[in-house]
Design a protein around this ligand. Structure first.
Ligand code: UD1
Length: 359
């Protein structure tokens, strides 16, 4: 197939599509039939710090189309993306639509494409947390139900798809494009130049409704961390949703170093030189696994179990008190050592493009 739409909507999509676009450009340098593509940004994330900065740092070209949907409820975002992407499909008639990850844009564009008779490829298909209270799990289930070609990150994902009755021929175990971005940028990382001592601070990110939408829960969690972190600092770059709630708390935590969302190269630099990470993100658990940095996940489940069974991640849960024994383990240098999951080697996008060119 050589007429392709590539969809990106929210921050965690950008480091997954960047390597695919670069691999298409490299493929086209020698291919007899080049791959034509359109990069479509849905506009789900629109702040410069949540979107444009990532395009710049990851050398991703300007999107051909920005659907400009902005914020809204799940249904508002889904509806707007579908209406606007449908028009874009009719204008150009792609053969294949590549969606990545599990955000609302992923699901909305896959449904629209499929109904317009366009084949759907899902990069990071087949992963499941089993927690249907999270919008991302619904997005994964719906997207996978109509996906024609799955590009998977793990054997667990392959097995999930098999169990769901998907034919082996539709499943391509290729690795992890987010790790392509990570490994490809290690030489380019930028020191964020904050007052932190290398190897002596933690990094924390929180944005899930279960952690940040209830003020008491957020206050309890930050209070506990602040009191039990000894003389270490915790770098806390805040997602806009978290910032809204944090401002209402009206508290000062002397061990927290608070910033806005950080650019990719600075953020990875901060993780790489930290003693550990506290997060409710999925993608960051993959990055810490590859960097060998201890990671605590403040959720009750993960769709990326290999980060726990093979990597450095531990599932702490959402009760703030749960974190204390894990902090103790980290601060006393008792954290487990991890390994790198199969095919997380920086070559995933190349594999994907080779496969697509032959479909
Ligand atoms: C989305 C993804 C989530 C991903 C996260 C990373 C879904 C269902 N969720 O969650 O999987 O981990 O992105 O950040 O797709 N906002 C801004 N500026 C922006 C974007 C958002 O201020 O550029 C604010 C808005 O008030 C918005 C809120 O953040 O209502 C949440 O944004 P939204 O895109 O709905 O979901 P995220 O929580 O970012």
């Amino acid at each position: 197939m050589n007429k392709i739409d590539i969809i990106a909507g929210a921050r965690p999509n950008f480091m997954k599509i960047g390597p695919i676009i670069h691999a298409i450009h490299r493929f086209n340098e020698t291919a007899s039939t080049p791959i034509e593509y359109r990069l479509i940004h849905t506009g789900q994330h629109y702040d410069k710090k949540m979107s444009e900065d990532f395009f710049e740092q990851l050398n991703i070209p300007e999107p051909h189309i920005n659907l400009g949907v902005g914020s809204g409820t799940q249904a508002e975002q889904t509806g707007k993306i579908m209406l606007r992407y449908e028009e874009a499909i009719q204008d150009w008639k792609p053969e294949l639509c590549i969606v990545v990850g599990d955000v609302t844009s992923t699901m909305a564009c896959s449904i629209t494409a499929k109904k317009e008779g366009v084949k759907v490829a899902h990069v990071e298909g087949g992963i499941r947390s089993g927690d249907e209270s999270m919008p991302e799990e619904i997005n994964r289930m719906v997207t996978d139900a109509i996906t024609d070609f799955f590009f998977t990150t793990s054997e667990v994902a392959n097995q999930n798809l098999k169990d769901l009755g998907h034919a082996d021929e539709k499943v391509f175990f290729v690795g992890n494009t987010m790790i392509d971005s990570l490994l490809g940028n290690l030489e380019r990382l930028k020191d964020p130049e904050l007052e932190l001592t290398k190897g002596k601070y933690l990094v924390m990110t929180l944005h899930r409704p279960s952690n940040v939408d209830a003020m008491k829960n957020l206050g309890d969690l930050l209070g506990l961390i602040n009191e039990n972190i000894k003389d270490h600092k915790v770098l806390f770059p805040m997602h806009p949703r978290t910032k809204k709630m944090y401002d209402q708390l009206n508290m000062n935590y002397d061990q927290l170093v608070i910033t806005g969302p950080m650019p990719y190269l600075e953020f990875i630099h901060a993780i790489k030189h930290s003693m550990g990470v506290i997060t409710d993100s999925g993608g960051i658990t993959e990055e810490t696994t590859v960097l060998g940095i201890p990671c605590m996940t403040l959720r009750d489940s993960t769709e990326r179990p290999e980060t726990v069974t093979i990597g450095t991640n531990e599932i702490v849960g959402t009760n703030p008190k749960n974190i204390l024994p894990y902090l103790e383990k980290l601060l006393s240098g008792q954290w487990k050592k991890g390994e790198i999951p199969e095919l997380w080697d920086g070559q995933t996008a190349k594999r994907i493009v080779q496969i697509i060119s032959k479909l």
